[in-house]
Design a protein around this ligand. Sequence first.
Ligand SMILES: [Zn+2]
Length: 208
Amino acid sequence: MLTALEALARLREGNRRFVEDQMRVASDSNPARRARLVSGQEPFAIVLGCSDSRVPAELVFDQGLGDLFVIRVAGNIVAPSQIGSVEFAASRFGTRLVVVMGHSQCGGIQATLEEILGRASTQSRNLRSIVDRIRPAIEAMLASRNEIDSCTIMRDAVRANVSASADHLRRGSDLLEQLIRDDGLLVVGAEYSLETGVVNFFDGIPAG
Ligand SMILES: [Zn+2]
């Protein structure tokens, strides 16, 4: 199994190919590869990303069948089933890198901002359960601001939500805490730009 930093390098390399229109691994997901994976999998990274149709993890990292263990939920929130999914992959497959990936223009973040600013309100209890998970990190971020430039606020809200989700994974599970402490598990936060296709890893990257 790759170490967390090796896995991170592979994701960065794949995203570079995606941005430069040089994709190759994703298109390699042929019947032979499928057949080899029937007996087992060793995904080298776990990605918790948003359900947004414009941010499919396998494509933006140019990865194929069996490479990534992907959890997608609107707003890349962390609820118990997301923690359980990460625990499952990290303990079952030995995967050592977890990436929480938000993105620009995220509808879940926009909806939460509109709620906080009193411009809209969510009627559905189910949808509210997502907004309520995003809300605390954004409220804390807004509380430290004086000026309200909507572009800056939106960008910082996406980042605050990613950092909160990553932090939740680092601290919200005894199993993950133990793997981080003793076994080289790394949880990082990233943001994908719809405009450029670039994934920027900005949270939890070890120095050096
Ligand atoms: Zn989104």
